[in-house]
Design a protein around this ligand. Structure first.
Ligand code: TXA
Ligand code: MG
Length: 344
């Protein structure tokens, strides 16, 4: 059986999806980054269904989504404290692809935060997503709407392919315009007794944009975590966002042996695309914004060709290229045989 899909452009569909959420069901919905698999964050039984549907380990906490910083529910409803540093980032980047890790309010179930004293919060930019959360009237816990470790979904069809009827309803808001996940930022005490932002996951809010606001270089700590170990950012497993086909990374398509057997994912048009079994070019004009928007869908199309091998050309390490390279690195990591492979 496949999941029911309704258009987010239909106000009645938003109302219906909100009712499903309030009743403890699961609704996959489009955001500007990727599709989320939503549940009422205040209902542990509903949240447990999210972990089950994704095959996600319970040590990996979820992001709680709000309709607005000061809406209903508000940031004050889900957090215990918002530091000036966090408030400044929220002010500048919300609604948008930035997730802030803050001390959690008592009412947030431990299942949402994997037992951590902090909660990750975001106000999405997507109008449909905010309308849904607003109509539900509760904070919505939502990881990306894919099986754990696999390629993130950027269309309703991707969600239906991956999760099928494990989700009660899919709210189709069209292809995600940004195309890669939010940047996750936590805060640490600094020498001056204040709190300082640290990037735990590179994402659609670029380090350059964050640095412009804070006026200093921001620390990026997205290193590969050991699955199961005590982790600062429990979701930063080395293998993630991964196709089934083995994926190698190169700096230039010329490095690839036996291109006839290989599917190529490349930012810029290669000199001789016809040499490859299949080629996905992400931007003819060299736009990282365009490349990010098409990234996961292109990786998926290559994976569906069932070729012996895939190769991807690394992106320039700037702007959105940093987050795209992070995704490539995790997608290409040889299967360590640990938790992240168990979902396949
Ligand atoms: O763009 C996005 O962020 C999408 C859309 C649906 O909003 N959501 C998303 O969720 O990517 P997910 O579950 O795939 O990734 C959440 C990330 C994980 O790396 C998780 O470990 C981290 O956020 N995270 C969540 N709560 C945390 C916490 N309390 N402390 C540190 N990291 C946390
Ligand atoms: Mg994810």
């Amino acid at each position: 059986m496949t999941a029911r899909v309704l258009s987010a452009a239909d106000p009645a569909a938003i109302g219906e999806a909100a009712a499903v959420l309030r009743a403890g069901g699961l609704v996959a919905f489009g955001t500007e980054t990727v599709y989320g698999l939503g549940a009422n964050a205040l209902d542990p039984t509903a949240v447990a269904k999210v972990f089950a549907a994704k095959g996600r380990p319970r040590f990996d906490p979820l992001i709680v989504h709000l309709p607005d910083r000061n809406g209903t529910p508000s940031l004050a409803d889900v957090t215990a404290e918002v530091s000036p540093a966090a408030a400044a980032l929220a002010e500048r980047f919300w609604p948008g692809p930035l997730t802030l890790v803050l001390p959690k309010a008592n009412g947030i179930p431990d299942l949402v935060t994997a037992g951590l004293p902090s909660v990750a919060v975001r106000v999405p930019a997507s109008v449909a997503a905010r309308a849904l959360i607003q109509a539900a009237g509760v904070p919505i816990a939502a990881p990306s709407a894919n099986r754990f470790g696999g390629i993130s979904p950027t269309t309703a069809a991707h969600v239906a392919d991956g999760l099928g009827d494990a989700v009660d309803l899919i709210l189709d808001a069209g292809p995600c315009p940004v195309g890669i996940e939010s940047t996750v930022v936590a805060f640490e005490p600094n020498a001056g007794g204040g709190l300082w932002p640290v990037v735990l996951r590179s994402g659609a809010a670029t380090a350059e944009a964050l640095e412009e606001l804070i006026g200093e270089a921001i620390e990026v700590r997205t290193g590969n975590a050991d699955p199961g170990a005590a982790q600062v950012s429990p979701g930063s497993l080395s293998r993630h966002y991964a196709p089934r086909t083995p994926l190698a990374l190169v700096d230039h398509p010329g490095e690839i042996d036996q291109p006839r057997e290989c599917g190529l994912l490349t930012f810029l048009p290669p000199r001789d695309a016809g040499r490859f079994a299949s080629c996905e070019t992400l931007s003819a004009t060299g736009s990282l914004t365009e490349a990010a928007a098409g990234f996961y869908a292109a990786l998926r199309r290559l994976d569906e060709r069932c070729l012996p091998r895939l190769a991807a050309v690394r992106f320039p390490n700037e702007g959105l290229g940093t987050a795209l390279n992070d995704r490539l690195k995790r997608a290409a990591t040889a299967d360590a045989g640990a938790t992240a492979s168990a979902e396949r």
